[in-house]
Design a protein around this ligand. Structure first.
Ligand code: UD1
Length: 426
């Protein structure tokens, strides 16, 4: 299993390009199943979760061509199976995103139930209830969701909770349903909007994506399309927090400043100077220590839970006390005990983490437990004195494209140690 070795102390300086957004690319790849023609996607990040999705689509019979860069072509018309097996779904919960497209386009889907995960129970009841309301017959047997429908019927769907992939699954299903669907209390995340734009490029009729009411008029068929995936706002935010923690100056290019309002505001509150261009963000900390900030995670446009671990790392070394409230997932503070091993003074009380900033962290061997927790530990390693060894970084590889190579270009002292102990070239 690969590890990361980080020698802390270097401030991050320079420019880094944002990769394509994982959380946009995953639903868009699932949505290719709806198409009655070839689809070409660009700006698809090279990540483990993308490989898993391609594996899933390939096993269903879709023909895929991935070039050496960021382009993937999908020919979905060769589909031979509508099954998403447990062995793939258990490694990536987002596999549930094929459920809506399969039922809408092929009238059947057998998708393994994802089960719990490190950060919480994460049920999929909203996905199932929505499809039932659209006329699908859905049963859960032997750990699989089995859905069948002649043709889905448009419906008014009131989401009991704001769910990102729930909204995406039902929006995709509704594109080919008979009649109109209204999704109320829909997720407003930018990735929902990106998916809607892709569906519209295929011929779907969707209004209101980005608001809490999405209106979809079902059409008879969707065609192929060429589409460029939006940049990754969480990756962007992670590099900016890295600059803020190390007292550095970093410009993230080819990104979307408009998607990061809540995060940028917290970085300003922490004392950072931020400049924004049409597709770049530059953060300058001018060598100063950040101030601790209070964080309250909530659905977009509020502060994203996917940036919470990174801000815990920032608060750990900041001046003052910051209270972090996690309202989305019930068990998303697993980075805290690891940060404590590095000398952080953070106390978890239920859904709150009370962070008393310390003057410095000290390196220790730590373990990554989930994707964003890993990012928080990497950031902590950048400022800790000594060598931090982070184990189980396969979590990081699920969602950050060549993170250590990007950090190296910004001046970090970081290297990947391959499972067998070899040190591969970056
Ligand atoms: C997506 C993102 C993930 C992010 C999360 C919250 C993708 C691939 N993943 O995950 O990175 O952390 O949004 O922004 O886009 N819930 C239910 N029943 C359901 C569905 C959800 O109770 O049927 C609950 C969840 O347990 C959680 C909350 O709703 O407490 C929000 O989860 P949701 O928005 O669905 O997260 P994901 O879409 O899985």
């Amino acid at each position: 299993m690969d590890k990361l070795l980080i020698t802390g102390g270097n401030a991050l300086h320079g420019a880094v390009r944002a990769s394509g957004a994982k959380n946009a690319a995953l639903p868009i790849l699932a949505a290719t199943l709806l198409a009655d023609g070839p689809v070409t996607l660009t700006n698809v990040p090279r990540l483990r979760d993308i490989t898993t999705t391609l594996d899933l689509l390939g096993r269903m019979g879709a023909r895929l061509i991935q070039d050496a860069g960021d382009r993937i072509s999908v020919e979905p018309r060769a589909l031979t199976s509508c099954v998403a097996p447990y062995e793939l779904v258990k490694t990536m919960r987002a596999s549930i995103l094929v459920l809506g497209p399969l039922v809408a386009r092929y009238g059947q889907a057998d998708v393994s139930l994802p089960g719990g995960c490190a950060i919480g129970a994460r049920p999929v009841n909203l996905h199932i209830d929505g499809l039932r309301a659209m006329g699908a017959e859905v049963t859960v047997e032997g750990g699989y969701i089995r859905a069948r429908a002649e043709r889905l019927q448009g419906a008014r769907l009131v989401m009991e909770m704001v769910s990102v992939t729930g909204t995406e699954n039902l929006m995709m299903a509704a594109t080919l349903a008979q009649g109109e669907t209204l999704i109320e209390n829909a997720a407003r995340e930018p990735e929902v909007v990106d998916l809607a734009e892709f569906l519209k490029a295929m011929g779907a009729r969707i209004e209101g994506a980005g608001t809490d009411q999405i209106h979809i008029r079902g059409v008879e068929r969707l065609g192929g399309a060429d589409y460029r995936v939006m940049p990754d706002r969480i990756e962007t935010g992670t590099f900016l927090v890295g600059a803020a923690m190390t007292g550095g100056r970093v410009r993230v290019t080819e990104t979307r400043p408009d998607c990061l309002d809540a995060v940028l505001q917290k970085l300003r509150d922490a004392g950072a100077r931020i400049e924004i261009g049409p597709d770049w963000i530059e953060l300058d900390m001018q060598g100063r220590r950040p101030r601790a900030v209070d964080i309250h995670t909530a659905p977009h446009p509020a502060f994203p839970t996917d940036m919470q671990a990174q801000f815990c790392a920032l608060n750990a070394i900041a001046e003052g006390v910051g209270v972090v409230a996690e309202t989305i997932f019930e068990n998303r503070f697993m980075h805290v005990p690891e940060l404590q091993r590095m000398g952080a003074d953070i106390r978890v009380e239920g859904s709150l983490a009370v962070c008393h900033g310390v003057a410095g962290l000290t390196a220790a061997p730590v373990m990554a437990t989930d994707l964003r927790a890993s990012a928080g530990l990497v950031l902590a390693g950048l400022v800790a004195s000594g060598e931090t060894l982070i184990d189980r970084i396969y979590h990081l590889d699920r969602g950050y494209e060549t993170m250590e190579a990007k950090l190296l270009t910004l001046g970090a002292n970081i290297q990947r140690i391959a499972g067998e102990g070899r040190i591969p070239s970056p």
